[in-house]
Design a protein around this ligand. Structure first.
Ligand code: NIG
Ligand code: FE
Length: 424
């Protein structure tokens, strides 16, 4: 199929976009892309591809922007229930970590997740996943972390495998057994840390090899934060995970700077995420590393806080910056990467081009899937969006509504169209 007559075809071709290179869209005016089966075969000018492939079935992009599907590299997709009541407590001034310390917050979702069957977990996550897809996300990372006990953590992993099977959406799983100290270990955080290392991680590896044979191991992530896991405990868990062959991620500097970002760099983690309170020294360390810095602007927005990831500083330090939703029931229940881009432009001062690169090719690097997704290049998976806008800058400029006309996933077209924007 030849998708042609895109006002702007954004290829995002090439390497991860580091530092000031961020924002290289690879823009082709009056562009076209040829896809066959699940793959991209060619990109170029409409006139050239029409001439080269005269008898291919056609899809007229009709003056719309065509770009890669969004990659959302940080979500907590599978959970039970909601925390609507806590939202009002937060608005009334109770801090997030105080709600957690009082047995609410993440622990409230843990209670609602532990009692949910696999069918319930899948049924509750499905509309979130489909809402992500309708808003243009074609690949998503998703974490466990609402079980904090082996059986429920494995049930979350199983839910992710089932959701991927039924949806065609690529899901990159992450084991986040170290998301909070569970109620049974409230007085013994070190005991839970040891349990994660000595019991849970080996079981997860074995379970994965049985239930997802031949597939790359999930990421292992830790919430390195006061009232969660301190730096020494985070190191213990990540070092153990690394010895078992898991690729690493970390939640660092969301509320306090504990040194998690530099730990991520030292251990060769694939990404360090949040990075709101990150020190200048940690920013420099990220800038010299391959660890992708993942900013989550929905999180301060969701918590009604004013401080965001210092993206301009990360860019100046030459870091690889990516964006994600952090979709979760506590701080950021939002499925739309378009909204993330709008926030990143306003609150982190990214240009639309920078935010788009951070939400596609760099986000693919943040989950080690850039060999397959994140850009429109021959050989990559045919995951792309037709947006009902004439210029890419409408992403960022507009917010809170869906600009997707069609999502194309592994070569198959799904329509979400509500009509066009036109100048003439
Ligand atoms: O990334 N900070 C830790 N984890 C999530 C929030 C999870 C929750 O509150 O349920 C985050 O913000
Ligand atoms: Fe998170």
């Amino acid at each position: 199929m030849l998708i042609h007559s895109a006002s702007q075809l954004l290829t995002l071709a090439g390497d991860p976009q580091r530092g000031r290179e961020l924002g290289r869209l690879g823009l082709i005016e009056d562009g076209a892309v040829l896809i066959r089966d699940e793959k991209i075969v060619a990109v170029g000018k409409t006139a050239d591809l029409r001439a080269a492939y005269p008898s291919e079935p056609r899809l007229d992009a009709d003056g719309c922007v065509v770009m890669p599907g969004f990659v959302d590299p940080h979500t907590h997709l599978v959970w039970g229930g909601d925390r609507a009541a806590e939202f009002e407590m937060k608005l009334a001034g109770t801090p997030y970590l105080d709600i957690l310390a009082a047995g609410g917050g993440i622990l409230s979702t843990v209670r609602q997740t532990r009692t949910a069957s696999i069918e319930t977990l899948v049924a509750q996550a499905r509309p979130r996943l489909l809402r992500m897809f309708a808003h243009g996300t074609t690949t998503v990372e998703a974490k466990t972390g609402y079980g904090l006990q082996t059986a429920t953590e494995l049930r979350q992993l199983k839910a992710l495998l089932l959701l991927e099977d039924e949806s065609r959406i690529d899901i990159a799983p992450t084991f986040l057994g170290a998301h909070a100290i569970p109620p049974e270990f409230q007085d013994d955080p070190q005991g839970y840390t040891d349990l994660v290392c000595e019991t849970m991680l080996p079981i997860v590896r074995q379970w994965w090899e049985t239930h997802a044979p031949g597939r790359r191991l999930p990421f292992v992530d830790v919430f390195c934060e006061n009232k969660a896991f301190n730096l020494a405990q985070s190191r213990q868990i990540l070092e153990k995970a690394r010895r078992l062959g898991f690729p690493l991620k970390i939640h660092a500097d969301e509320f306090d700077n504990l040194g998690g970002a530099s730990l991520a760099v030292e251990l060769g983690a694939v990404s360090a995420d949040h990075l709101v309170k990150t020190s200048d020294a940690d920013i420099r360390a990220l800038g010299r590393s391959e660890t992708v810095a993942v900013a989550l602007p929905c999180t301060p927005f969701g918590l009604a806080e004013c401080e965001y990831t210092p993206a301009r500083k990360l860019i100046e330090a030459d870091a690889i910056l990516a964006l994600a939703t952090d979709c979760n029931p506590g701080t950021a229940w939002n499925e739309s990467m378009q909204f993330v881009i709008a926030l990143a432009c306003r609150m982190m001062k990214l240009t639309p081009a920078q935010a788009i690169a951070a939400a596609t090719i760099n986000a693919a690097h943040a989950i080690r899937m850039a060999n397959k997704v994140g850009s429109l290049e021959p050989g990559k998976q045919a995951d792309l969006l037709i947006l009902s806008v004439p210029d890419y800058r409408h992403l960022g400029y507009r917010f809170g509504t869906n600009l997707v006309r069609q999502v194309i996933k592994k070569g198959r077209v799904y329509s979400v169209d509500v009509g066009y924007y036109r100048t003439a």
